[in-house]
Ligand binder design. Structure first.
Ligand SMILES: C[S@@+](CC[C@H](N)C(=O)[O-])C[C@H]1O[C@@H](n2cnc3c(N)ncnc32)[C@H](O)[C@@H]1O
Length: 422
């Protein structure tokens, strides 16, 4: 399996690949990972091949499957990312229609320009990130999209607008969070950028007009059964779960979710975004609500009691270190909730994938407050109680080395791995 190399852990390659590069996503992996598995498993030639991705993200697995003409189905818990994926799977786009709608949107913006009051109508977060004129154009484009009744074109332009938000902001908006200490050139104009992105997307679809629609996406939390996917419907699972590294997807996407009005404040981000995802950051829960006795009634604890008890012992170490740290982050609770949630997802993968089908996960190990957690190995071990019979770990690269110089940074070399469950 020589496709399991260092490059597949990063989404760098995707920026040069048509459709994969329609949305800039912080937490992606290379499409070569998916292509490698398709080839290795000979999925194209096997009847009824169907790939499952329970953490669809920006849709790398689903887009690669559709390019290869293989069926695939995914779940994504964030509504904004679900909209991104829907647009990325939609390739029957006509030039005439795109040009018609671009003119329609341009006229709408011109007609409403002088009436738009960004102070009153734009979210304060957005006001702090865009020049006034750009903001007016961005909001007016957004408002015009609700007048487009053909959904596939509405989604198409919504994705182009999502990408425009990255292009014209004063500060980078997702690295993975807003980087106010960096300032962008500001020379890109909102309308020109939107128009260019839309035409580039249109151009990308030309090569794929004849491809059948083979991938579908559900807005769904993979910790619970998705009734739209039947037992054993899929032949292979290819995915990358959230890592146990405190990345807050709700915060990563907040410029977009505030702009498109899925959310308008931190409470919304918790209720409407974080709560629908695997617990991957300390912002997902309230520490006061965590109850160890209740945790001990979870399926994860009951099915993996010895391992869970040793994790509790490890998290006690993390808890005592956290008392000495300024942030006092509850990485102890995070670790327990992460594995509790991932156990649920492993069971759902086991249900959706045929008994002989393989599951490939890209994921990284962790060291909250310098306490090493062999995340990949733990998931391999608990997969047994989720119904898998064995697992292999393929190390692909070291990770986290760019933070080495930080004062409290641990010296543990972390690995990024591919976990194969059988
Ligand atoms: C590491 S990213 C996946 C990267 C992705 N495979 C790609 O390259 O585009 C994890 C994704 O899983 C989603 N997610 C987290 N928990 C989820 C859950 N319980 N159900 C569905 N999606 C979830 C997050 O919103 C995020 O988009």
């Amino acid at each position: 399996m020589n496709f399991l190399n260092a490059n597949i852990g990063s989404a760098k390659d995707n920026s040069k690949s048509a459709i994969h590069n329609w949305y800039k996503f912080t937490a992606g992996f290379s499409y070569h990972f998916v292509e490698g598995i398709i080839k290795h498993e000979r999925l194209k030639t096997v009847d009824e091949s169907k790939i499952f991705d329970p953490f669809a993200g920006c849709g790398t697995t689903l887009v690669s499957s559709q390019k290869a003409g293989i069926s695939a189905v995914g779940n994504e818990g964030q509504e904004f990312m679900y909209d991104v994926i829907r647009a990325k799977l939609n390739w029957k786009i006509k030039e005439k229609e795109v040009e018609y709608y671009l003119k329609f949107i341009k006229d709408y913006v011109a007609e409403n320009h002088d009436r738009f009051d960004s102070e009153a109508e734009a979210h304060s977060l957005l006001r702090s990130l865009y020049e006034r004129e750009s903001l007016t154009i961005l909001y007016l484009i957004r408002n015009s999209l609700s007048k487009i009744s053909a959904y596939k074109y509405r989604w198409f332009f919504k994705l182009a607008l999502s990408q425009t938000l990255h292009k014209v902001s004063i500060h980078p908006i997702a690295v993975p969070y807003i980087a106010r200490n960096k300032t962008l050139s500001g020379t890109t104009k909102a309308w020109e950028s939107f128009e260019n992105i839309s035409r580039k997307m249109l151009n990308d679809t030309k090569e794929y007009q004849k491809n059948r629609r083979t991938s579908e996406i559900h807005l769904h939390d993979s910790r619970v059964k998705n009734n739209k996917i039947s037992d054993g419907e899929c032949s292979t699972c290819i995915t990358s779960p959230p890592y146990l590294n405190n990345l807050d997807y709700g915060e990563v996407s907040k410029v977009h979710t505030h702009f498109f009005e899925y959310t308008s404040n931190w409470n919304d981000i918790t209720q409407k975004v974080r709560r629908k995802l695997v617990t991957g950051a300390t912002t997902h829960y309230s520490e006061a609500e965590f109850d160890l006795e209740k945790f001990k009634q979870s399926d994860f604890y009951l099915c993996n009691t010895d391992l869970a008890n040793s994790l509790i012992a490890t998290t006690n170490k993390i808890k005592s270190i956290s008392k000495e740290r300024a942030g006092k982050k509850s990485f102890d609770i995070l670790t327990l909730l992460y594995f509790r949630d991932m156990f649920q997802v492993l069971k759902e993968i086991r249900r959706a994938v045929k008994p002989k089908g393989k599951t490939y996960l890209i994921l990284g190990d962790s060291a909250p407050y310098g306490v090493y957690i062999p995340t990949t190995e733990v998931l391999g071990m608990i997969s047994n109680k989720a119904g898998f019979s064995n697992y292999e770990i393929h190390r692909i690269r070291s990770r986290g080395t760019k933070w080495k110089s930080l004062r409290f940074r641990h010296a543990i070399e972390l690995a990024e791995n591919v976990l194969v469950l059988k």
